[in-house]
Write a protein that binds this ligand. Structure first.
Ligand code: CP
Ligand code: NVA
Length: 307
């Protein structure tokens, strides 16, 4: 089963593979916008396993699979045996014998890694406590659409050193750009937790204004991620100064864009002025989950194809 290609962390793909997937996403998006049917995954089945809530990830995978000619099945822990202690290794064996590709949103990264090790079909990480590679795939595709190549550019990450932050850091290694991270004290990046072992692609800043200075992309995320709700009260106090506002955007590059994976909390991690303002590309970013993941599924299932 070692020859099957999975997408569990951003670093699972090379830069050349990303160049290919971004080009395919562009082609698939253009075709979709022209209302031209494209069914390369006719009769294929995607199984989506959700152990956490979702709007965008479920919609984009389910709609995307349908648009590519296949169908999608939704499983959650409440209505399946997954929530009743069935070993993840057994689930990987069974689910992958009845489907062609699997997407999992769960808690520890170890769960998707163990599922994939027992799967006969490609497995995609739809978010874990540690990583959210599909979101960063769409984010970088969005940056390329708006500003061109991300190579050599600077991304300012303001807030929690969470799954999104970890994935930005991995992406910077693969695609050769820089990440300026600013978190409250006690929430700093731990490079090894981010899957990094020796990197010169990121720098930590105590002051979020310093992290934003000259940045080409400013981005943030919720202060309390799913699974960390018990820490909400202390996080609200700790993160109060890590709200992306107009002052932060003003010290960024004049052409800087603002991104947020959504859902957002206006007045917490970002002001309404910024997320609803002219530099924000959050709606394109959300839409691009669809196009980027269609290219991802096509690549994982069919390999490189020419059109
Ligand atoms: N950004 C994102 O993954 O959104 P959902 O939690 O709605 O899927
Ligand atoms: N960091 C957030 C992302 C949600 C899409 C979370 O894990 O809840």
């Amino acid at each position: 089963m070692t020859s099957i290609k999975h997408y569990l962390q951003f670093k699972d793909f090379t830069r050349e593979e990303y160049d290919y997937v971004f080009a395919r996403a562009r082609w698939i998006k253009d075709k979709f916008k022209r209302y031209e049917p494209y069914h390369p995954l006719f009769d294929r089945t995607l199984v989506m396993i959700f152990e956490k809530a979702s709007t965008r990830t479920r919609l984009s995978f389910e709609a995307g699979m349908h648009q590519l000619g296949g169908s999608a099945i939704y499983l959650n822990t409440r209505d399946s045996q997954l929530g009743r202690g069935e070993p993840v290794e057994d689930a990987g064996q069974v689910i992958s014998r009845m489907s062609d590709i699997v997407m999992i949103r769960t808690f520890e990264q170890d769960i998707v890694e163990r599922f994939a090790a027992n799967s006969r079909v490609p497995v995609i990480n739809g978010l874990t406590n540690e990583y959210h590679p599909c979101q960063i795939l769409a984010d970088i595709f969005t940056f390329i659409e708006h500003r061109g190549s991300i190579q050599g550019k600077t991304v300012a990450w303001i807030g929690d050193s969470n799954n999104m932050c970890n994935t930005w850091l991995q992406a910077a290694e693969v695609l050769d750009f820089n990440v300026h991270v600013s978190t409250p004290p006690g929430y700093e990046v731990e490079p090894e937790r981010a899957g990094l072992y020796g990197t010169d692609h990121f720098e930590q800043f105590a002051d979020p204004m310093d992290a934003c200075r000259g940045a080409d992309l400013v981005t943030t995320d919720v202060w309390t991620s799913m699974g960390f709700e018990a820490e909400n009260e202390e996080r609200m106090k700790a993160f109060a100064d890590w709200c992306v506002d107009a002052d932060m955007m003003a010290v960024a590059h004049k052409d800087a864009v603002f991104m947020h994976c959504l859902p957002a909390h206006r007045g917490e991690e970002v002001t309404a002025e910024v997320i609803d303002g002219p530099q924000s590309v959050v709606w394109d970013e959300a839409e691009n989950r669809l196009h980027a993941q269609k290219a991802l599924m096509e690549y994982l299932m069919l390999g490189r194809i020419e059109n």
